[in-house]
Design a binder for this molecule. Structure first.
Ligand SMILES: [Zn+2]
Length: 198
């Protein structure tokens, strides 16, 4: 890059702050270095030159964090209950408020199967075929198991129909568009989002 900058183009006093100075980074430098709004740049003086180094990236959005939490949850489930997640099942398509219910369900199912099989009463391994939300309720579809497993699944689905899908606190079925089981807080949040069109 071949461009000359005047000192006063780059540096500006900060009114009322004698210890620090404002450095206005020319846009072409931001672009060539990949620096953006929200980045933190470390400036270090060495042998009369200033070394500038980006020390972090832009803050992660709530959406990024939500995806990471989801991936971590799915990974944990598949690693803890490998025998249950052997076929393609399309992911755990429900919000985080129901994850503890699913985790508890899988734990009880696997314990039951392992215990039964130790007694010599062979129960076929449960494998998940689909986990999703439908009409505001949890749906847990699977192959294998026995009547006890069936009862556990019904119990978990009944529990989910009383728990906010977003946060897990007591909730009820909410109509108006897509039916969801939500607590008052998340119901109001959804209503206000609907009104603002977000
Ligand atoms: Zn909630």
């Amino acid at each position: 890059m071949n461009k000359t900058y005047l000192v006063e183009e780059l540096f500006e006093d900060i009114p009322g702050d004698v210890d620090n100075v404002m450095f206005k980074i020319p846009p072409e430098i931001c672009e060539s270095q990949g620096w953006g709004e929200g980045d933190t740049i470390n400036f270090k003086v060495e042998d009369g030159v200033m070394i500038m180094k980006k020390i972090n990236s832009q803050p992660q959005t709530d959406q990024d964090l939500a995806y990471q939490e989801y991936d971590a949850f799915v990974k944990k489930m598949e690693e803890t209950y490998p025998a249950m997640f052997t076929q393609s099942y399309g992911g755990i398509a429900v919000e985080a408020g129901w994850w503890p219910i699913i985790e508890s369900l899988c734990s009880h199912i696997q314990s039951h199967i392992d215990w039964k099989n130790r007694q010599g009463d062979v129960v076929s391994q449960v494998t998940v075929t689909q986990i999703k939300e439908k009409f505001g309720g949890l749906r847990f579809y699977y192959d294998g198991g026995d009547d006890v497993v069936d009862g556990m699944v019904r119990m978990a689905e009944a529990w989910a129909s009383q728990a906010c899908e977003e946060c897990g606190t007591p909730g009820t079925s909410r109509h108006g568009g897509w039916i969801k089981t939500l607590c008052n807080t998340h119901h109001n949040l959804r209503e206000s989002r609907k009104q603002s069109g977000v």
